[in-house]
Design a protein around this ligand. Sequence first.
Ligand code: GLP
Length: 241
Amino acid sequence: MINIIRVKDYEEASDKAFEVMKDFLKPGKVLGLATGSTPLGLYARMVKDHEENKTSYADIRSFNLDEYVGLPISHPESYYAFMHRNLFDKIDIKEENAHVPSGLGDDLEAQAKKYDAMIDESPVDIQLLGIGSDGHIAFNEPGTPFNSGTHVTDLAESTIKDNCRFFDNDISKVPTQAVTQGIGTIMKARNILLIATGANKAQAVKDMIEGPIDEACPASVLQRHPNVTVIVDEAAAALLK
Ligand code: GLP
C-alpha cells in the first residue's frame, strides 16, 4: 500500500520526511539510507536534531543502497564520502555500524552476496529512497528483475547524464557501473519512505503510483509493498490524477 503525502516544495518534503524518520531514531533500529540530492534536507534535519535534542545513533545501524564501481572512497563523489560528509561524521553512529557497499575489490559479486547476508541478519526497519528520472530505485535501472539481490549493474545512459552534474558536468568522469542493493533486497525492508521532488521526477512518480507493476519502471514494484510512504512535492506530483 502506498500512502501518498503531498507537500508544497523540497523544504516541506524534508520536514515531513524527518517527521516519519524520527520514530525510527531509537536504539536497536536499522536504517536503510540513500544518496543523491533528495535526502540532503532530511540529513540536515537529522544532524540538527542530534545536535539540539541529543538524539543518539550509538545503537543504530545503517545500510546504504549503493556505490559507484571503481571510485576510491576518498573520492568526494563516492557514496561513502557523501554519507560521511553529509551525515555520519556529524552524528554519533559508529563507523562499524554504518555500512556502505564497496565498489572496490576483486570479486564484487561475492561481496554483494555478503552485503545481502548482513542485511538478512539485521533487517532494515525503514528504507529511505529517492527515485531516478527513469524510475530507478537505488541503481536498479529499468529491466532489473524484481527478485534481484545486491549486484553489479551498468548505469543507464539517462542516469549517467543525470549524475554528470556531480562530476564537473564531464560525462567521461561519471562511473558507468555501480554496486546496488537489488529490488528484492529493498522490498525486504519493513517500511519504505520515498521522497520525490522537482518536475523531472513527475513522469517517474506517475509510473510508480499509477502505472502497471512492471520491471520497465523499477519503482512500480513498491505498489506490492505493505508499508510505503511517498512524499511528493507539487512539481513531482504534477502528472498524478
Ligand atoms: C541516484 C541514486 C539513487 C537516487 C537517484 C536520484 O543515481 N543511485 O539512489 O535516488 O539517483 O537522485 P537525486 O536525488 O539526486 O535526484
